[in-house]
Design a protein around this ligand. Sequence first.
Ligand code: B12
Length: 340
Amino acid sequence: MADEALTAGAVARRLGVAVTTLRTWHQRYGLGPSRHVPGHHRRYTPEDMDRLQVMRRLTAQGVPPAEAAAWARRVPVPIDMPETGIAAQPDARPELPPGEAPPQRTRIDAIWPELTGRLTVTTRDGGGHAIRTGRAGPAARGLARAAMRLDAPALRDILEMAVVSRGVVATWDEVIMPVLVGIGDRYEATKRFIEVEHLMSRGVTEVLSAVPRPPSYRDPRVLLAAADEEQHTLPLEALAAGLAERGVPTRLLGARVPPQALADAVTRTGPIAVVLWSQLPETGDPSQWDRLLSSGHAPLLSAAAGPGWPAEGLPEGVVRLRSLGEGVHLISAAVTPDAV
Ligand code: B12
């Protein structure tokens, strides 16, 4: 069997922390390497790595290091937790090329939701460059901090764990949205931190697109698109992920879809439901529905979503979606009426 023990440098790279941070965690909190290799520095075992992952995820969420270390030292967590959990779920990813190992879900992935459920997180909103997240919980505050630090690995960890433990809709409403709104407000007030907005957007995209999709033999009957010249797509990505969780496949065209392209896509794929997202008033011209609605292939459900659409004046037959949860519910019902 291959020797899985790792050097400090390798561990630091995997975790995305500095070697000096590892040293501090070792000296102050006893989270050091436990494998002794004669004639070498000590090495980190997979169990050491599990502990360090807990340490990094918790500190990224704003848990004070001493408390995080106390939890980390308890890994594997001595609680009445089944060995199975998430780790036992079949991996819905496509087949890998021969010889390539599948990405391993670690024990940490399995115990994490349970662990975070037991935490009493005592975080404070930072001043200065902090993103305000209002009354949002610790996960959103940790996410805001990770975004502000441009700490992409921590940002992903928090998002992944939120999706695993709460599902897409609650993660979007309780964790992602408050941070996006906070970033937007921060930008408006300072005209700065565009890099934060970009990193956050990228992380959200990655995590939402990693939510397992329904099997590929099932033809998507839902078409999602951003309005003409509209670059904001994250809410549609959340909708695609939320529907995937309910077993509903989607076809996501993404940003800036011209009306003719939308009408063509509808004609070619015959969706039951179409959602067109407009974030900005400039992209919410109701007349862009005309081509689609007059194409002879109008879907059963045509939905306008996003704050860019005017309060009045949408064509007859176009319904308005007001939240992600409502979108997931309505579209699931339209596509699989018996299942809802
Ligand atoms: C991320 C982001 C970007 C990213 C988008 C990346 C991506 N892939 O989507 C990038 C960097 C590309 C971007 C670009 C721009 N952006 Co921008 N962006 C944002 C940010 C931070 C989040 C956007 C978002 O996803 N919002 C979704 C949720 C969080 O917000 P919401 O729609 O208001 O939510 C409400 C409802 O829609 C509903 N809801 C929420 N989620 C869902 C989901 C579904 C399915 C449904 C049905 C409903 C629903 O609930 C909420 C409460 O009612 C916002 C800040 C903000 N407050 O939204 C700025 C913001 C929207 N952007 C803004 C601007 C100005 C721009 C740019 C013009 C900047 C520029 N100068 O280039 C360009 C736009 C170019 C274009 N033509 O589209 C302004 C818009 C101001 C305005 N009202 O006109 C905002 C508000 C920032 C600000 N405060 O200044 N942006």
